[in-house]
Design a protein around this ligand. Structure first.
Ligand SMILES: NC(=O)c1ccc[n+]([C@@H]2O[C@H](COP(=O)([O-])OP(=O)(O)OC[C@H]3O[C@@H](n4cnc5c(N)ncnc54)[C@H](OP(=O)(O)O)[C@@H]3O)[C@@H](O)[C@H]2O)c1
Length: 328
């Protein structure tokens, strides 16, 4: 059942810092993205051997791969022989998915399914990233086993992928549902960057006042998913920040942390904002399951915002993280 969860090596959960006890060989499809970039950094820091791919945004050290080319993906897996394939990739623009159903299903269902089957044939495990949008937002926050009801094309493709992957590769699969991912990243395109850049330029930022979810710090999402993978986790797990809040409260917390003017954040009901795809309103995810095995791994919002600022100023990350400064 897709709501099951198990940990094959619970002892591996104890060592979160330093190098891992057992070295893994990993492939990260979507290494140029937000979560994929942090997965690669943590894999390296933990002493694992990792290869990351990009599709359209090339960065040093990454291997080109368009997962639409299933043969190329299978060749890469056969060449590398990874023990685990992380798939933080896909067509993640929710409104774009509503307009281009074929692309949404190709990138979020068919391509990961092809790659997962190739991974399983090569004896590797597969880690997929899904979303709280599989729920309808009538009574969040949601636990892993709560009934789903996707509202948008993006969400339906993600939900279909959860099921199809489980049917295809069974307990070789770990699915991590996350939401509202923010923080330092190489492409500098997540909500926090957009907000900070707008406010720095004195521009107002309309935000839906009635959309509620769990802000999730990208580095913590990647760190937690890697820790679960080292412990041989399989099944379904929610990996999000510990607080549930509306988008305006989230935006104001970011503005405060970066010393920016929160009065430029303008709350509007979803019904008044033309977003293209329907969104769950009262959403967010419960993390009791994650907390039961990795307590405190997902830090509170204020701590992660302080870490976000520190990482932007960290000399060791200057060539890696995109600055938040407009036009930089
Ligand atoms: N961000 C969120 O708030 C959020 C919330 C819920 C779930 N998720 C899920 O978490 C995962 C990671 O999200 P993210 O925010 O890190 O995404 P992201 O920053 O948008 O990165 C997406 C990655 O997918 C790659 N990609 C796109 N099309 C590809 C293709 N045809 N073949 C191979 N790679 C391809 C991109 O490569 P290029 O950039 O090089 O083209 C990029 O590396 C996604 O599956 C997303 O659905 C994210």
């Amino acid at each position: 059942m897709s709501s099951d969860f198990s940990i094959a090596r619970p002892d591996a959960l104890a060592s979160r810092e330093g190098t891992a006890k057992e070295r893994m060989k990993a492939l990260v499809v979507g290494g140029s993205g937000q979560i994929g970039g942090w997965l690669l950094r943590y894999l390296e820091a933990r002493g694992h051997e990792a290869t990351g791919t990009y599709s359209t945004r090339s960065f040093p050290g990454l291997t080109p791969l368009d997962a639409a080319d299933g043969d190329a993906a299978a060749r890469l897996i056969d060449d590398l022989h990874p023990e685990v394939v992380f798939y933080p990739a896909g067509f993640t623009w929710v409104d774009g998915c509503e307009r281009d159903r074929a692309k949404a299903y190709g990138a979020n269902l068919e391509q990961p399914l092809t790659v997962a089957k190739a991974a399983a044939r090569a004896g590797a495990r597969f880690v997929y990233f899904s979303t709280d949008y599989v729920f309808d937002g009538k009574s969040g926050p949601y636990a892993e086993a709560d009934p789903v009801n996707p509202l948008s094309v993006y969400a339906q493709a993600k939900r279909d992928a959860e099921d199809a992957l489980e049917a295809a590769i069974g307990d070789r699969l770990l699915t991590a549902r996350t939401c509202w991912v923010f923080g330092p990243e190489r492409q500098g395109k997540n909500f926090a960057y957009q907000l900070i850049r707008n406010l720095m330029q004195g521009k107002s930022m309309p935000c839906p006042s009635d959309q509620v979810s769990s802000p999730s710090y990208g580095p913590d999402v990647a760190h937690a998913v890697l820790a679960l993978t080292e412990a041989g986790a399989s099944g379904m797990v929610h990996v999000v920040g510990p607080e549930v809040m509306d988008r305006v409260a989230f935006a104001r917390a970011i503005a405060r942390a970066f010393g920016l003017d929160p009065s430029l954040i303008v709350g509007r009901p979803t019904a008044e904002i033309a977003q293209g795809a329907p969104r769950p309103l009262d959403s967010g995810l419960k993390i009791d399951r994650l907390e039961s095995v990795l307590p405190g791994m997902m830090r509170p919002l204020d701590a992660t915002l302080a870490d976000f600022r520190a990482k932007l100023e960290d000399p060791a990350l200057q060539d890696w993280v995109e600055p938040t400064t407009p036009g930089a």
